[in-house]
Design a protein around this ligand. Structure first.
Ligand code: ADP
Ligand code: ZN
Length: 601
């Protein structure tokens, strides 16, 4: 039985007791020689779906991967568990690449990681054809699709590569759930429809939370308060904002770094290394930071600005909690995000079809932000999955209360109507609150009937109403160039009393309660003694990682250290039972960790 052999290797090589959901089906099909497209969320353990078969049935697996950093990490990781892996890429230097070619010819490599352009370039294919490749694994397979968010033209050549290698078996993997993208992958990379294994996109360990922007820095600071010393990512919409946020956090004593495409490649890769190798770093980044970040113990992801679509949002929050332990997410959004993203789409779009698609994607993101029932349910519904309320997201835990807001809405809509349907939120709020700003006076808007009808409420409350009216489709953008709002049909119906509208009541978040609750699950319910042992093991791991120049998690992931802190193994045999301890790591690190546990535990 190939699958039981695979299970045995899972334990002896990787130290894991069982498959994660979906892995057994994919690995079973791969070992049976089928062509497979695996669609599984980030953190579900997709890599194992080609790593383990390579270990079990030998031969050479060529793994196509879009990023040098990803390849380098995987080669190191495989080295750590004793699997012969190598990479060919321009970052290696000629010497190292020649050495790899020699090992390939000698049949000493199980996993070869290459970039698509390298693979399609001359020479390599014929060499590989002679080394009898057993299968081609295509990681981040959505890069082949123009509909995806990471289109890479070189991926288009992979079908030819497959043929040139003698129609070898193909395993393609992606975390992109979009149906259009999925169909594209299936038709472009496979000679005939492959077996498609789709695993649920639910990530129960990720806590979902959205908050309307209201002094965003305070909101971020509050959240970080609960995550001191943890690894996290803070996404922001512009390069400039990532720099400012990082600077601000450093000033608060948080170890923060900025990351965006405008930085020198060397600086980027140095910062990425710090994030990967060390504990307690917060990366303030644009979307440029992401693919290839396979650090398993990222404990939180914050979006300081609303992402451009649900797909992107899901990918980004998905970088937290890959190890399966609880992780928290927070997404901040405001009406400025709506305008900003829409402008960005119009500026970037290369065709009408693409622009429409991007606008639709963004509208779905707004809907998710303004959702009033279970957030997780809404998220999964976007990916075509039906589920019940999760009971654990921000909305399930006390969430949003809808109240009739027709009168407030009419005040806003009237202000829009009476000023000629062209002004933005700031100006409208001034009018509602009766603030005679220069603009208001110059335009004579202090004379209209709506001036001051909303004086009893704060500016932020009015912005919230405007934002929700926009999200509910009662207001639309007046013009693509200048922003501003106009009434839609729905808006007119509400204004003239033909329709009512319910909006969410703004509510104070119960901050104190949340704080203690989160602190508890940060160390996953460890008692004090186990907790300090865990910290000591982490320190030991850090020393080893520094010495070896590898990422901390490659020594052992958090999850493994937590289990050690709980069970306190006293012998190598007991250590072997701990999840994440395979034979090779047992011989490399078993003794030192046992010593440290004996000392402190
Ligand atoms: P993906 O590529 O799907 O995002 P990875 O392949 O990076 O996920 O795996 C995420 C983490 O899960 C890795 O640290 C990996 O070692 C671990 N992992 C994979 N399979 C298992 C398993 N069966 N049991 C426990 N951990 C696993
Ligand atoms: Zn929920």
């Amino acid at each position: 039985m190939p699958l039981s052999r695979a299970r045995a290797a899972l334990k002896s090589v990787f130290g894991y007791d069982d498959f994660r959901p979906g892995q057994d089906e994919v690995i079973g099909a791969v070992l049976a020689g089928e062509n497979v497209l695996a669609v599984m969320p980030t953190g579900s353990g997709k890599s194992m779906c080609y790593q383990l078969p390579a270990v079990v049935d030998g031969g050479l697996t060529v793994v196509v991967s879009p990023l040098i950093a990803l390849m380098r990490d995987q080669v190191q990781q495989m080295g750590h568990v004793g699997v012969a892996a190598a990479t060919l890429n321009s970052g290696n230097g000629d010497e190292a690449n020649r050495e790899t070619l020699k090992r390939l010819r000698a049949g000493e490599v199980s996993l070869l990681f290459v970039s698509p352009e390298r693979l399609a370039g001359d020479g390599l294919i014929s060499l590989l054809a002679a080394s009898s490749v057993r299968r081609l694994a295509i990681d981040e397979a959505h890069c082949v699709s123009q509909w995806g968010h990471d289109f890479r033209p070189e991926y288009r050549q992979l079908a030819q590569v497959r043929q040139a290698l003698g129609n070898v078996q193909v395993v393609a993997l992606t975390a992109t759930a979009d149906q259009a993208t999925r169909n594209d992958i299936a038709s472009q990379l496979f000679p005939a429809p492959p077996r498609i294994v789709v695993h649920s996109f639910d990530r129960p360990n990720l806590h979902l939370r959205f908050e309307a922007k209201d002094k965003p820095r305070n909101q971020i600071a509050d959240f970080l308060e609960r995550h001191r010393g943890s690894n996290g990512i803070l996404y922001a919409a512009s390069r400039d904002r990532t720099e400012k946020l990082a600077e601000w956090l450093c000033g608060k004593g948080v170890r923060a770094l900025a990351y965006h495409a405008g930085l020198d490649a060397a600086v980027r890769s140095q910062r990425q290394d710090v994030f990967l190798q060390e504990d307690g770093v917060v990366m303030c980044a644009t979307i440029a930071f992401g693919m290839g970040i396979n650090k398993p113990d990222v404990r939180f992801v914050i979006h300081a600005d609303l992402p451009s679509g649900v797909e992107a949002y899901y990918q980004e929050i998905g970088r937290a909690g890959r190890d399966g332990l609880p992780a928290e997410t927070l997404t901040l959004y405001g009406i400025d995000d709506f305008a900003f993203r829409r402008r960005q789409i119009d500026e970037k779009a290369i065709s009408d079809a693409q622009r429409q698609l991007e606008h639709r994607r963004f509208s779905a993101m707004i809907d998710l932000a303004e959702a009033v029932t279970c957030r997780r349910q809404a998220l999964l519904a976007y990916f075509g999955e039906t589920s019940g309320p999760c009971g654990a997201c921000d909305l399930c835990q006390g969430g949003a209360e809808l109240v009739d807001a027709t009168v407030d809405a009419q005040k806003v809509l009237s202000a829009v109507m009476r000023t000629g349907q062209r002004y933005g939120a700031g100006h409208l709020v001034d009018i509602l609150r009766g603030e005679a700003s220069d603009n208001v006076r110059r335009l004579g808007h202090d004379q209209i009937k709506t001036f001051g009808v909303g004086a009893a409420r704060g500016a932020n409350e009015w912005r919230t109403v405007i934002r929700q009216l926009f999200a509910a489709g009662a207001l639309a953008e007046a013009s693509a160039e200048h922003g501003g709002f106009r009434l839609t049909d729905t808006g007119e119906n509400i204004l003239f009393g033909r329709e009512t509208i319910a909006l969410r009541k703004s509510r104070e978040a119960p901050k104190r309660a949340r704080r203690s609750e989160a602190r508890e699950n940060r160390t996953s319910g460890l008692d004090d003694a186990a907790s300090s042992l865990f910290e000591a093991l982490r320190a030991l791991r850090r020393e080893i990682a520094r010495e070896e120049g590898v990422a901390a998690y490659m020594v052992f992931p958090d999850r493994t250290l937590i289990e050690m802190a709980e069970t306190k193994p006293a012998t190598l045999a007991e250590m072997r039972e701990v999840q994440g301890v395979g034979e090779r790591k047992l011989s490399l690190y078993g003794e030192v960790f046992l010593e440290r546990i004996a000392e402190i535990g």
